[in-house]
Design a protein around this ligand. Structure first.
Ligand SMILES: O=C(O)CCC(=O)C(=O)O
Length: 333
């Protein structure tokens, strides 16, 4: 009898936890939609105690009606970030780490890799083309993404969408129960300026074994053939990876390579409304057009793969990959 009472108590507890999680998820879903962002960047309380965050500051922000706490310092201390997120959860608000998108250089090893302004002046900041800058940026953004996947009260950069449960439910159907995100890109193609990407297969760039690469391309603006939307070659996901050569169009040459043979195949435009997404496997031939309109064309593109696949690319690629759902496997992605 006592055993039955025990089981019942555990079940009630588990159900209560489930309800709590759902309520939290619903609250997070409302943020930025029904609930307007009310963000406080704290430059007032932190200095009182030497530019660190203490619990009373998070409570004060919550009591004052803010729903996002963004401390001016502390984003580079990952233990502190985790702690502030836990306090935000306790007080029912969200944590947005504050990180400047520039990194100072401090020595001669930065020669030739500093920011050079159009007027010719150099600044002691790593250039955004330097590996140093990207390794540093990835270290923090990747860590926030991982923490945010574990606790919704941390608002990471774009990762809300990377690990969004609607996304996860599609990924589980298309990839399996163990999924990693191996790349995310914000693709801004400004009006009249944005150059399209010629026909290519994502598996040419991102090699996995077994091949499980899957792209999710989310339109942030309405995207159509005129403003740089996507095109695909139907059926090409069954093709092997094809030779990628210098693009025919000179404006695409500095950045891209092209599967030229795709030009003679039947293509299909994939117009998308803002907020909708298309999923396609790594062998699918696809391209985007130039933006010849006065409309914006922003997109957020993600590449996922099965966590059991091995990574066959540059060993210097930026590990660790973000675990989206399920288990991780040693020696794999
Ligand atoms: O958004 C674009 O212009 C093209 C993106 C693309 O094809 C890709 O990410 O593989």
């Amino acid at each position: 009898m006592r055993f039955c009472v025990g089981i019942a108590a555990v079940m009630v507890f588990a159900t209560a936890l489930g309800v709590l999680e759902e309520a939290e998820a619903a609250q997070r879903e409302r943020l930025g939609r029904e609930d307007k962002w009310r963000i406080v960047v704290d430059k007032v309380m932190q200095p009182e105690v030497g530019w660190v965050t203490e619990e009373w500051m998070v409570k004060a922000a919550s009591d004052a009606g803010f729903n996002v706490f963004c401390p001016r310092e502390g984003a580079r201390n990952l233990d502190a970030v985790r702690q502030v997120t836990a306090w935000c959860q306790k007080y029912g608000i969200y944590h947005m780490p504050w990180i400047r998108g520039t990194l100072g250089t401090d020595g001669a090893e930065a020669d030739g890799k500093r920011v050079v302004w159009s007027g010719g002046g150099e600044q002691a900041l790593w250039s955004i083309n330097s590996d140093e800058f990207w390794e540093w940026t990835h270290k923090y953004i990747g860590a926030y993404a991982q923490m945010s996947a574990e606790n919704e009260h941390l608002i990471g950069v774009f990762n809300k969408y990377t690990v969004h449960r609607k996304m996860v439910s599609v990924l589980q159907q298309l990839i399996g129960s163990d999924v990693k995100c191996i790349q995310s890109m914000f693709l801004d193609k400004p009006p009249g300026l944005g150059v399209g990407q010629p026909y290519h297969q994502d598996s040419y760039y991102l090699k996995t074994d077994p091949e499980t690469l899957l792209a999710a391309w989310i339109a942030c603006d309405d995207a159509d053939p005129e403003n740089g939307g996507l095109f695909v070659v139907p059926g090409s996901h069954h093709d092997p990876v094809q030779p990628h050569e210098e693009p025919v169009d000179p404006t695409q040459r500095n950045v891209y390579v092209e599967v030229r043979s795709a030009r003679s195949r039947r293509e299909q435009a994939v117009p998308l409304k803002a907020g909708s997404a298309v999923f396609f496997p790594g062998h699918m031939l696809h391209r985007s057009g130039h933006n010849r309109t006065d409309r914006r064309r922003r997109a957020f593109a993600l590449h996922y793969a099965n966590a059991k696949s091995r990574w066959l690319n540059e060993p210097t690629a930026l590990y660790p990959f973000l675990s989206v759902c399920g288990r991780e496997y040693p020696g794999c992605l």
